[in-house]
Each structure stands twice: as structure tokens, then as C-alpha cells.
Ligand binder design. Structure first.
Ligand code: BGC
Length: 385
């Protein structure tokens, strides 16, 4: 299956805006408020490059994005009483991101060129075999050791009547981490009402593979407040892609029915996490790709936190979503507010093509060719009940 091409995706983005406006009546109220964007210096890279932090604010939501890794550094969302809390895990300073985020948790970062794993870092495209640097148990994870999460992106502010955004651009040279082709990449974060939209675009000058995502960890009770096992998760997915002991997909699309992987009805994340299911033992918890039902732009996931009432809904046009329950957080990192992060203190929901797709002909293709435009969009919508 070819990646989505320009005309169809343009329609998709228009439909997306309509869908989100329709799904969230509160968003329309934002038409009367004026979203704002400000910028401050977040830090300086060892080579002297300045890293900027953009703050996008609307009446309810405030999100801070840094040009290093395109990282969502902070995201404040209201609870059912209107009290805001920062619902994403992160660090307070640039030095922490540079020193601890990779290798490490990839808090909030844009991931490229290939989200999740490629078995043995090897794939064959048009008869040529490519070997990527290995950085995860003999496999390549999240693009390789110097992925897009480690780059300083060029930022441009985007403003319209009801939305503010920041467009981030990065050109990955031919041969970067051994991937073929010059990949021109743009990711735009747009805040409108209570929704943050992520639009990804890329073009290449040689056939290549691409699978971009964002690696934010959420805790809807507030970053640093403890575990997320009581959050209730619903996934719009009847199947998932089982993995081997190194978290590489076996190639099967297995039904979730009758297993702890079944989130078709809202279920606390922790309810079955220690059930002794082999797949959960491999990842020390949930760390799998779910095969989203349907196609086109649609609801992928809904998470609710019972105490605060905060709800996150994720919409995407992607075929899969990685649900990772923060299993490898081990207490060694201290986050934005100085509190220790332990196992299960945040969860990630990464919209994506399936891991290791280049090595599975039955998975949707991640090949991008010259003349095509890679286009995908994801929306995070916040509410409270
Ligand atoms: C992966 C995990 C990994 C985490 C942080 C997730 O997307 O599936 O296995 O530990 O990212 O790198």
C-alpha cells in the first residue's frame, strides 16, 4: 500500500478539522478567545546553537515546544474544576534532554526517520540492503542513536484567527543513520481550543522508508504525581502485532479478544498488567502496536483519569498505535517538577505505521519515493468530565 499522497490527505486534514470541531463542542467557544504564541530561550547546545521554546496558549490549554527534538516539554490541561496541571513527563532544562533523553525515554520528542524498531537494523529496498546503527538489543529503535529527537529544528510561527502553531523543519541528509535519500521533514504543532494537532510532512530525493511520530508520555493526574495504572484506556483496535522477546513483531495480526490486550472497552491500564500473559512479560508491561480499526482520520484512543476527570482523545489517519506503559522508567530520572519517575508513572500512545514494516510484506508499506509526499496527522483533544 503506498503512503498517503497529497490530494487525498488535503481532504483528510479538512475533514479532521470538521471532525474535531464536531466532536468537541467546547472547541467552538475558542473562536471568541485569542490564542497566543510566545518564545523564550530554553538553552544553548554544546556547539552554541540556540534552542528556543515556543509557548502556545488558548483559554484552557498551554503547551510548550522546544526546537531541540521538537519536544513537547510541558502541556497544561484543566481538570473537571478548571485547575490546570502539566500532563506530560519531561525535564526542566535543555542539558537534561541532551544528556538523558537518548539513550533514555525520548520524553515528548519527534521520532524519525523510523518510529519503533527495525529488526537487526536491516532492511532491503529495491534490491539494496541497508544496515542502520543498532541501539536496542541488536535492533534499531526510534531511527537510531542520533535520530530526529536529537536534532535542533528550524521553527516558524504560524497564526490564524482561531489557532496558533509552530512549524518545525529539519532536512536529514542522504545517508543520515544510513537511510537512503535526503529527507525534507516538516512537523507543525497547532493549538486550537482544547486540541493540539500534529501534521507531519516529508519528501525524499531517493526511495526510502519513513515512519514519524511523537513520543510524549502522559499522566493525566499530573506529571510526577505517581502511577498511571488507574487511568482507563480504550483503544479502537481489535488486533495487535505480537512481538518476540526483543520486541520485534512476529508478523501476525492477532485478535485482542480474550487477552489482557483487549482495550476495546475502557479498562484500567493496570487491571491485567501482571496477569502472566507472555506478551506482557516480554515488554515488562504494555509495549505493543495495536492495529487500528477502520481507515482514514478516526478516533484511535481515549484515556480518562478518574480523580481529576481529565480525558485525552487521540485521532489519527495512521494504521497503528504503540501503547507503552512506561515500563522502563526505573527511578533514575527526575522530571520537570523535580519528582522521581518510576515504572508506570507515564504512558505513551504513539500513532504510527507498524514496527519493522520494511521486513513484513503483509504490513502497510512505509516506502516513500521521489515525487510523493508523506503526510499524516494526529490530534490530541483534551476535555474533563
Ligand atoms: C518503545 C519502548 C521503549 C520506549 C522508550 C517505545 O516506543 O516501544 O520499547 O522503551 O519507546 O524508548
Amino acid at each position: 500500500m503506498p503512503l498517503r499522497l497529497t490530494k487525498t490527505r488535503l481532504l483528510g486534514v479538512a475533514a479532521l478539522a470538521a471532525l474535531v470541531a464536531g466532536a468537541l463542542p467546547a472547541v467552538t467557544a475558542a473562536a471568541t478567545s485569542s490564542p497566543t504564541i510566545t518564545k523564550d530561550l530554553f538553552g544553548t547546545m554544546p556547539d552554541g546553537t540556540k534552542v528556543w521554546r515556543y509557548t502556545l496558549s488558548d483559554s484552557a490549554i498551554r503547551v510548550k515546544i522546544i526546537t531541540y527534538g521538537g519536544i513537547v516539554q510541558q502541556l497544561d490541561a484543566p481538570d473537571r474544576h478548571g485547575h490546570r496541571a502539566n500532563v506530560v513527563l519531561g525535564f526542566p532544562k535543555l542539558d537534561d534532554y541532551v544528556a538523558k533523553n537518548n539513550p533514555g525515554p525520548y520524553f515528548g520528542a519527534l521520532i524519525g526517520r523510523y518510529g519503533n524498531r527495525i529488526a537487526k537494523g536491516t532492511f532491503t529496498l529495491d534490491g539494496t540492503t541497508y544496515h542502520l546503527p543498532l541501539n536496542n538489543n541488536g535492533n534499531t529503535l526510534h531511527g537510531g542513536p542520533k535520530g530526529f529527537d536529537t536534532k535542533v529544528w528550524t521553527a516558524t510561527e504560524v497564526k490564524s484567527k482561531n489557532a496558533v502553531g509552530v512549524r518545525l523543519e529539519y532536512t536529514s541528509p542522504d545517508g543520515d543513520m544510513n537511510y537512503p535519500g535526503t529527507l525534507k521533514t516538516a512537523v507543525t504543532y497547532t493549538l486550537s481550543g482544547k486540541s493540539l494537532r500534529l501534521d507531519y510532512r516529508a519528501t525524499t530525493d531517493k526511495a526510502t522508508i519513513v515512519n514519524l511520530t511523537n513520543h510524549s508520555y502522559f499522566n493525566l493526574a499530573g506529571e510526577g504525581s505517581g502511577g498511571i495504572y488507574d487511568h482507563r484506556l480504550r483503544l479502537n483496535a481489535s488486533r495487535y502485532t505480537p512481538v518476540d522477546s526483543t520486541l520485534i513483531p512476529t508478523g501476525q495480526l492477532a485478535p485482542v479478544a480474550g487477552t489482557p490486550m483487549d482495550f476495546t472497552k475502557a479498562t484500567p491500564i493496570g487491571a491485567r498488567i501482571r496477569d502472566g500473559f507472555q506478551q506482557l512479560a516480554y515488554g515488562q508491561g504494555y509495549d505493543h502496536n495495536w492495529v487500528l480499526n477502520g481507515s482514514g482520520f478516526r478516533l484511535a484512543a481515549e484515556v480518562g483519569e478518574p480523580t481529576s476527570g481529565r480525558v485525552l482523545k487521540i485521532y489519527t489517519d495512521q494504521p497503528g498505535i504503540q501503547f507503552y506503559s512506561g515500563n522502563f522508567l526505573d527511578g533514575t530520572l527526575y522530571g520537570t517538577s523535580g519528582r522521581q519517575y518510576r515504572q508506570g508513572d507515564g504512558f505513551a500512545l504513539e500513532t504510527q505505521h507498524f514496527p519493522d514494516s520494511p521486513n513484513h510484506s503483509n504490513f502497510p508499506s512505509t516506502v516513500l519515493r521521489p515525487g510523493q509526499t508523506y503526510r499524516t496527522s494526529t490530534v490530541w483533544s483534551f476535555s474533563a468530565r
